[in-house]
Design a protein around this ligand. Structure first.
Ligand code: PEP
Length: 246
């Protein structure tokens, strides 16, 4: 049985004052039925992890470098995130793939670094609007999975997030049938590569304009094991009902 996961990605939002949202979340969900995770900006991770210690809320990073150390100004290693108190890290978010030109191979190397540092890697995949309209969605997702998911992936160290780029921050959401088609496809691809038992333990999150109003219907879709939430994770009042819907 895969435990559901509600993950929030604050992106480049939030200073120290925003940490009160974490306290509010813990107060509303002291014993949630799903796993709860918030990925704040890197400078907040240490404080956030200290604040949530002993609670059901976990803290993650939004990216990590593939190397352990070195001349990589501005970057953060997986071990640094772990030491700061993170238990998870998002890799291959479409904003990283676009803004920083990250390739599947780089995303795979980051996921390997995360796993080596005992972090759970949340590997993002998703098609652009042009790719969807061109009928290439499954081909694109298949290639991203093949290139970004490392050989050592298991249900314990890896989560896959399907995030159609055109649905991120736009208020546009695929139909439930479209979400089901991609999630079933991802499960089938993982099964072909890793076998049914290993693939069946990997959680698949949907991400892209998840809100309190649409969370329940999305979570009822086949092979949707939770959500990666951007905008609606910033305020506990928005994220709480999403957690409750899981
Ligand atoms: C995201 O950034 O991963 C995301 C899904 O954003 P939003 O929920 O705002 O669409």
């Amino acid at each position: 049985m895969r435990r559901k996961l509600a993950a929030g990605n604050w992106k480049m939002n939030g200073t120290g004052a925003a940490l009160s949202e974490l306290s509010a979340l813990i107060a509303v969900h002291p014993h949630p039925s799903c796993e709860m995770l918030i990925c704040p900006p890197a400078p907040l991770i240490h404080r956030a992890a200290a604040l949530v210690q002993g609670s059901a809320l976990a803290i993650g990073g939004q990216d990590c470098h593939a190397n352990e150390t070195g001349a990589h100004t501005g970057d953060v290693s997986a071990a640094m995130l772990a030491e700061a108190g993170a238990t998870h890290v998002i890799v291959g978010h479409s904003e990283r793939r676009e803004d920083h030109g990250e390739s599947d191979a780089q995303v795979c190397a980051k996921a390997q670094a995360a796993i080596a540092a005992d972090l759970v890697a949340i590997i993002c995949v998703g098609e652009s609007l042009a790719q969807r309209e061109g009928g290439q969605t499954l081909q694109v997702i298949g290639a991203q999975l093949a290139g970004s998911v490392p050989e050592q992936a298991t249900g314990a160290n890896t989560v896959i997030a399907y995030e159609p780029i055109w649905a991120i921050g736009t208020g546009k959401v695929p139909t439930l049938a479209e979400i089901a088609e991609v999630h079933d496809f991802i499960r089938a691809e993982l099964t072909a590569r890793f076998g049914a038992e290993r693939a069946g333990a990997v959680r698949l999150l949907y991400g892209g304009s998840v809100k309190p109003s649409n969370a329940a219907e999305i979570f009822a879709v086949s092979n949707v094991d939770g959500a990666l939430v951007g905008g609606a994770s910033l305020k506990a009042t928005d994220f709480s009902p999403i957690v409750a819907a899981l």
